[in-house]
Design a binder for this molecule. Structure first.
Ligand SMILES: [Zn+2]
Length: 414
C-alpha cells in the first residue's frame, strides 16, 4: 500500500511541475499574458492557476502587475503576468575548435554579459576548463547576480558525436580524449551543468522557431537536417529523440563520396569529414597527399587563415571552399536519401562562408536527384545564444526546476 500512495504522490507532483513549466514557457513565448489567457492555453482552472502563479511570484520568477485602467464592469482588477527577467539566470558556454565563449543569459533569453576567448590554449583540458570556471565566476560577480539565481550552465561542445553527450567527452578537433568535462565544470562552478553538441544545440533553436512559425501558421512542421561545418562536421536531425535508446543519431561526417581517396581516421577514404569540412579545405590548399591523415586538433589556425584569405578574395582559397561545398552537396544527397529531410540547414564558420555555401547550391543543382526539391538554407543562430537557451531549457523550463531555494532568496531579499 505504501508504494501505491508514494507513486500517486509522485505523479501529482509531476503534474504540478509540468504545469509550472508550461506557464513559464507560455510567458517566455508571449511576454505578457492575462490569467484567463493562460487558463485557456493550459486547461488549468482559475484556482489551480492562482496557486501556481503564487509560487512563481514568490520565487521571483513571475511578475504580477495590475493592468492599466483595469477596473472592469464587475469592479475586479485584471492583472498582467510576465516573466521577471532578473528572476533567474543561466551560464551559456561554447567550447569548440573556433569558439571559446561564455555568457550570462536571463530568463527573458537576453544575453546580459558575454566573454570571448577564442584564442585560448586548449592543449591542457584541465587548465582550459579552469579558465572557463574562473571567468564564469568573475562574470557572475561583475553582473551582480546572486549565485543562487544562476540555475545552471548549458555547455555547447564541438563534439561530432550526436545524441546525449556522456560524462566523458572526446573532441578530436581539440585533441581531447575522454575528458570528464561534466564533473570538472559541475564541481568548479558549484551548479548543475548540461552538455550538448553544437549541431544538436543549433537544431533545438531552429526546431523551436519552426514550431513557433507553425503555430503562427507560417510554415508546415518539417523535418530538419542540420549540418555544422567547422574544422570537422557534426550533424543532427529533428525527431532524433524518437531513435531507439542506445542507438546513436545518424551522423553524416563519415559518409564516403565516390571518386575521392583522402584517408580518414575511420578507416574509409573519401569521407565528408576529409573532403567537405574545414579540414578538407586545408587539405586542398596545403595539397596534402591523400594517404596522409589530417591532424584535426592543429587545424583551426590554418583554417582561419584560409577563411581570411577567401575574405580578401584569394582565388585558391575561395576555390577550395567552393569545391568542399560541392563535395558536401554529394554528401547531402546521400543523407537526404536516408533521412528525407524537408529542410537542410548549414551552420558553422565554414558552412556559412559564401563560396562554400554557393558550392553546395551549385552542386545540388547539378545532381539529378530529389535533393533539388529540398530547401537548403544557412543557419544564422549563434552558438552562444544556443548555449544559453539550452541552459534555460535544462534548468528553468524544466520539470526539475526547484522553486524552494528561489523562494528562500526572495524572502531574504524582502
Ligand atoms: Zn571517415
Amino acid at each position: 500500500m505504501g508504494s501505491v500512495s508514494l507513486s500517486k504522490r509522485h505523479s501529482v507532483s509531476d503534474i504540478r511541475r509540468e504545469n509550472l513549466r508550461q506557464i513559464m514557457m507560455l510567458l517566455a513565448r508571449h511576454k505578457t499574458l492575462t490569467r484567463h489567457e493562460i487558463c485557456v492555453q493550459t486547461g488549468l482552472t482559475g484556482a489551480g492557476l492562482s496557486r501556481n502563479i503564487r509560487e512563481l511570484v514568490d520565487a521571483g520568477l513571475v511578475a504580477d502587475s495590475p493592468e492599466e485602467s483595469s477596473q472592469n464592469q464587475m469592479g475586479r482588477r485584471r492583472s498582467i503576468l510576465s516573466l521577471n527577467a532578473n528572476g533567474a539566470f543561466v551560464i551559456g558556454m561554447t567550447l569548440t575548435a573556433n569558439r571559446k565563449q561564455l555568457c550570462v543569459m536571463n530568463c527573458a533569453r537576453d544575453i546580459i554579459n558575454q566573454r570571448d576567448f577564442d584564442g585560448l590554449d586548449v592543449n591542457d583540458p584541465a587548465r582550459a576548463l579552469e579558465h572557463f570556471i574562473r571567468e564564469a565566476k568573475t562574470m557572475i560577480a561583475e553582473t551582480g547576480i546572486e549565485h543562487g539565481r544562476v540555475l545552471g550552465a548549458g555547455v555547447v561542445l564541438g563534439t561530432s558525436s550526436a545524441g546525449p553527450v556522456g560524462e566523458r567527452v572526446s573532441m578530436p578537433v581539440l585533441g581531447w580524449q575522454k575528458i570528464p568535462v561534466l564533473s570538472i565544470l559541475r564541481d568548479g562552478l558549484a551548479m548543475p551543468v548540461s552538455l550538448i553538441s553544437r549541431s544538436d544545440a543549433l537544431l533545438r533553436v531552429e526546431e523551436e522557431q519552426a514550431l513557433a512559425g507553425h503555430r503562427a501558421g507560417n510554415r508546415n512542421q518539417s523535418r530538419i537536417l542540420l549540418v555544422n561545418v567547422g574544422v570537422g562536421i557534426g550533424s543532427a536531425v529533428s525527431g532524433g529523440d524518437s531513435f531507439p535508446g542506445g542507438l546513436h543519431q545518424p551522423q553524416i561526417s563519415h559518409l564516403a563520396i565516390g571518386g575521392r581517396s583522402a584517408a580518414c581516421s575511420c578507416g574509409r577514404s573519401g569521407c565528408l569529414e576529409q573532403v567537405a569540412s574545414g579540414a578538407g579545405v586545408v587539405r586542398a590548399i596545403s595539397q596534402l597527399p591523400d594517404d596522409r591523415l589530417m591532424p584535426f586538433n592543429h587545424l583551426s589556425g590554418d583554417l582561419s587563415n584560409a577563411l581570411n584569405l577567401a575574405r580578401e578574395g584569394d582565388r585558391s582559397a575561395r576555390g577550395a571552399l567552393f569545391n568542399a561545398g560541392m563535395c558536401m552537396a554529394q554528401g547531402l544527397d546521400l543523407a537526404a536519401a536516408m533521412l528525407s529531410p524537408d529542410r537542410i540547414l548549414i551552420a558553422g564558420e565554414v558552412g556559412r562562408q559564401p563560396d562554400y555555401f554557393q558550392g553546395i547550391i551549385s552542386g545540388s543543382e547539378q545532381l539529378a536527384s530529389p535533393l533539388k526539391q529540398v530547401e537548403i538554407e544557412r543557419c544564422t543562430t549563434r552558438s552562444m545564444y544556443a548555449a544559453g537557451l539550452f541552459g534555460l531549457s535544462s534548468f528553468l523550463f524544466s520539470r526539475d526546476l526547484s522553486l524552494d531555494s528561489l523562494q528562500l532568496l526572495s524572502r531574504e531579499a524582502s
